[in-house]
Design a binder for this molecule. Structure first.
Ligand code: NA7
Length: 539
């Protein structure tokens, strides 16, 4: 293969590697492969970098992980020079960070924007991938790396009459670049996951009225967002190496303190003191309080009840409070982090409609019809989430050996080896693919771990004179079994969530991420690499 340093040349149709997506993953993968001297081109549908933080521009959009740790760590200079304004920066700040990274590492020339990849075909005789874009261009490369994101394939709900709505319709994950004016308008929001939770309070401050359609109530922790204090930033920056190393040893790749092995091993008083502390701290840290939240229903219920009681104290109307109190176990669905979320339901201009039993009858030109009643609205906000983890990959027509379609191979659920490789699809890598910890962890450290593993693998192949790598079927089967066994053992399996594909009609119910934790996973990846990429066939 030609891996000598190649001048980036967008006219050339033959490359060493193609990367699909210029989000946090695609940008870093480009940087690492270019360092190896590969010729690389990135295709990106949007007009700029940032992926998730490019598309999710809805009002109130923020990261729910503390940003000092939701950031790249591969460059010490980068992490020292960048200053985050707030504890949980807003989408615009995250998008600015992505652009800064693209400037700093001169990534722009190798990224082709406003180009969607529609298909990717493997030619086994030539040992090449041919990628086809929406303008009909075909580009060929030895490696194809999918940096397509876990939460990027937008879920437009199947609700009768959606197209007939006469007012404005917006999806949170495809929000227009220009801000939407809600003043004096009646707004319907469908969906109460993280995007709904973050946007509803902000929309309610601007709109005449907001009607929220809730299918499932979620647990929402207060963010307690605030500006970062200069001394706090300085202390983290000085201690970055130790803090990052410690985070990598935690289950979720986050820096969350664990209070103890079991919620049941301490008194109710002590437990509630700990939960109060974390409520006051804000954010996701409560999920790490006790190690048995995913294994003991009784332990889990102590945290579930704590948050339900908080809702009852905040929300003045007891009937509304009961509707907002989640029925499923804590952490079964993704924990949300919000600002004034429950408080918003005390406003006169906000109405909560429970659709858990009825669903939505239909959207009419005038509004939203539930149980025979149509609420007239001017704006419809769909906060209905994503076809998570597999959606972005299945929307591309990916064909492997003998024309095997990835969509067919995954008809009963995703099959990968380590969420990195797929049997039948040589030289294709997925960054934070299904079967890797991805969405159950802090995404940026997980992305960095994958990008570095892939870059090391490509370097190993180059040094050893190898040009084809493919996950072995047995290794893949063993990994899929392991991923499913662990997923089924956790209490996450007790409700309907996008972790199991349950939010998409017809999607097989299979756990998508690996639930065995970041340390166990990275150890396995390192072992595989150290053993000459055990479970992969190289030649
Ligand atoms: P989520 O978390 O998938 O939330 C989507 C919400 O939309 C959720 O409340 C769904 O109810 C609801 N939904 C989806 N389809 C429908 C239909 N057809 N009718 C009514 N309600 C519906 O997506 P988000 O964008 O909020 O967040 C995704 C992740 O991004 C988040 O977890 C963070 O990691 C960042 P359901 O719960 O399925 O009953």
């Amino acid at each position: 293969m030609s891996m000598a340093a190649v001048e980036p040349d967008h006219a050339s149709a033959r490359l060493d590697a193609i990367i699909v997506g210029a989000g946090i993953a695609g940008m870093y993968q480009l940087y690492r492969l270019r360092q190896l001297g590969l010729s690389v081109r990135v295709f990106e549908t949007g007009t700029s970098v940032g992926g998730t933080w490019y598309w999710n521009r809805y009002p109130g959009a923020r990261v729910d992980t503390e940003t000092m740790f939701y950031s790249y760590q591969f460059s010490e200079a980068l992490q020292q020079e960048w200053d985050w304004p707030e504890r949980y920066p807003a989408q615009a700040d995250l998008a600015a960070y992505a652009r800064h990274v693209a400037d700093r590492f001169e990534l722009w020339p190798d990224i082709q924007f406003e180009t969607r990849v529609d298909a990717a075909r493997w030619d086994d005789a030539a040992g090449l991938w041919t990628v086809e874009t929406d303008d009909g261009t075909q580009v060929t490369a030895r490696f194809c790396i999918m940096a397509t994101g876990c939460l990027s394939a937008v879920n437009y709900p199947e609700i009768d009459g959606l197209e007939d709505f006469a007012g404005e319709t917006y999806h949170t994950a495809h929000w227009p670049a220009d801000s939407v004016d809600f003043a004096g308008k009646r707004v319907a929001v469908i969906g109460t996951g993280s995007s709904g939770v973050q946007s509803i309070p902000v929309i309610a401050e601007a709109a005449a009225h907001v009607t929220v359609y809730q299918r499932t109530a979620n647990y929402v922790m207060p963010a307690h967002n605030r500006p970062m204090a200069a001394d706090e930033v300085a202390e983290i920056k000085v201690n970055y190496p130790a803090l990052r190393a410690k985070a990598k040893q935690s289950f979720s790749g986050n820096y969350f303190p664990v209070a103890g092995p079991s919620a049941l091993a301490v008194s109710e008083e002590e437990r509630n003191r700990e939960y109060e502390k974390r409520w006051a701290m804000g954010g996701l840290a409560i999920m790490a309080t006790y190690a048995d939240f995913q294994t003991s229903e009784a332990a889990n219920e102590t945290a579930s009840d704590f948050i339900r009681n908080k809702i009852r104290t905040i929300v003045k109307d007891p009937d509304v409070a009961e509707l907002l109190a989640p029925k499923q176990l804590f952490l079964c669905k993704r924990l949300c982090v919000g600002t004034n979320y429950y408080e918003t339901y005390n406003r006169d201009n906000v109405t909560l409609v429970d659709i858990s039993e009825t669903g939505i009858d239909r959207i009419t030109p005038e509004g939203v019809c539930v149980a025979g009643h149509t609420e007239p609205v001017d704006v419809l906000v769909l906060a209905t989430g994503f076809d998570a983890v597999t959606g972005a990959l299945k929307r591309i027509d990916i064909r492997g050996v003998d024309g095997l379609a990835l969509r067919e191979k995954w008809a009963d659920g995703p099959r990968t080896y380590l969420g990195l490789g797929i049997a039948g699809f040589p030289n294709l890598f997925t960054i934070t693919g299904p079967g890797s910890p991805s969405v159950l962890t802090n995404m940026i450290p997980s992305i960095e771990q994958h990008v570095e593993w892939i870059a090391d693998c490509v370097r190993h192949m180059r040094d050893a004179g190898l040009d084809r790598i493919e996950a072995e079927r047995d290794a893949e089967t063993d990994w899929v079994t392991h991923v499913n066994d662990i997923g089924d053992e956790t209490l996450r399996a007790t409700c309907q969530s996008w972790y199991f594909g349950s939010n998409i009609p017809g999607k097989p119910r299979v756990i998508l991420p690996y639930a065995g934790g970041f340390p166990a996973y990275t150890e396995k990846c390192d072992e595989v690499a150290a053993a000459g990429y055990r479970g992969f066939a190289l030649r």
